[in-house]
Design a protein around this ligand. Structure first.
Ligand code: PMP
Length: 369
């Protein structure tokens, strides 16, 4: 079993930007002064320099190795976060076509992705979980799909509600677009099932400022010609993510994180096993508390990345989060729209951190019985 490095001297369960491996933070600190083998800081190298070229190349090739991405898929490093992909996806894949795009609305973030798509063309909501407050994900049979849809869009892990798909929804012949922002690189997936996948860096990949977009090259042929340059995938593909000044620092740290992963694990299966172990321990602490802690998501849809739970009152939850912080355990407040508590178990969060949280939960429960 791998032992990933402790993340920081405190335990960070922040939903994002999230914990990064301590060794990467140390390498980053050094690179702020001076890059290895380059007499300059990472903050002061040109984006057209051969040094940055190497960083871009390694970031891309690390991702290709970790995810077995064939050359028929392009990898882009863009700005604007995943929110900009809510616009770029329908602009590039829906605008001007008379087809429909299907959207699964399974939580706060997928609900946010819909209005921007509606500006670009016909959108059909394939499933909407808002009526019951996004407590669960749809079964395959509940999806209302358009057989010749331009694409089906879904979010593999709903960060706010802590709901994660365990299988790929949709039909084999409908191009699939997935926002993997909060579970990218936490488990393996078959890129060949997707037309396009995007994920911002600030969960499992690095600091905010860069978003990874992986798209099949066939998509490029049908992009409309009236898009603004920065919102069109093609210039970014043509210039290999260096059309304008890219987020050099964020890409550098992302490269370090992917290098760290290649060093630490034999495959993403290993990362997945570790993430399962972390989540199981925490859900077990919740389930064994006889209702003192209550998991929010339907058990079959529980996320390995974001463990969302409640206590008897918002006052008790606030006290819990505050006391946790005083004990070196950070980032447990739930999303501002939902309240409650949320522990995010991204790749850099260690088993040791989860055990510390479980022990704290046990002690807190005993004192409030
Ligand atoms: N999608 C998901 C699943 C998210 O969790 C978030 C933010 N946490 C977003 C999209 C929005 O990302 P950004 O802030 O990078 O625009």
């Amino acid at each position: 079993m791998i032992t990933l490095q402790k993340t920081t001297s405190t335990f960070n369960f922040s939903p994002g930007p999230g914990a990064l491996p301590l060794v990467v933070l140390e390498e980053t600190r050094q690179a702020l002064e001076r890059l290895p083998n380059v007499p300059l800081s990472i903050l002061g190298i040109g984006h057209r320099s051969p040094w940055f070229d190497e960083i871009l190349n390694e970031a891309e090739s690390n991702l290709r190795s970790l995810l077995n991405i064939p050359t028929s898929y392009k990898i882009l490093f863009l700005q604007g976060g995943s929110s900009l992909q809510f616009s770029m996806v329908p602009m590039n894949l829906l605008r001007g076509s008379n087809r429909t795009a299907d959207y699964i609305v399974s939580g706060y973030w997928s609900a946010k992705s819909v209005p921007d798509a509606q500006r670009e063309g016909n959108v059909r909501i394939a499933w909407d979980g808002s009526a019951d407050g996004f407590m669960r994900l749809p079964n395959r049979s509940e999806l209302n799909l358009t057989p010749d849809a331009a694409y089906l869009h879904y979010i593999s892990n709903e960060t706010v509600e802590g709901l994660q798909f365990n299988s790929i929804p949709g039909l084999p012949n409908i191009p699939l677009v997935c926002d993997m922002s909060s579970d990218f690189l936490s488990r393996p997936f078959d890129i060949n099932r997707y037309a396009l996948v995007y994920a911002h860096a600030q969960k499992n990949l690095g600091p905010s400022g860069v978003t990874v977009v992986i798209l099949h090259e066939d998509l490029l042929a049908n992009i409309p010609d009236n898009l603004h340059t920065m919102l069109d995938y093609r210039p970014h593909v043509l210039k290999r993510s260096n059309y304008n000044t890219p987020p050099v620092f964020s890409i550098y740290v992302m490269m370090l994180v992917t290098r760290w992963m290649l060093r630490e694990i034999a495959s993403l299966d290993e990362m997945h096993d570790l993430n399962k172990q972390k989540a199981e321990r925490l859900y077990q602490s919740i389930d064994e508390s006889e209702g003192f802690y209550r998991g929010r998501a339907a058990i079959q849809n529980r996320s390995l990345m974001n463990v969302v739970f409640n206590m008897a009152s918002p006052q008790l939850e606030a006290e819990f989060a505050q006391e946790a912080q005083a004990n070196g355990i950070f980032g447990l407040a739930g999303h501002r729209t939902l309240g409650g508590l949320r522990a995010s178990l991204y790749n850099a969060v260690t088993l040791e951190a989860v055990d510390a949280l479980c022990r704290f939960m046990y002690r807190f429960h005993r004192r409030h019985r």
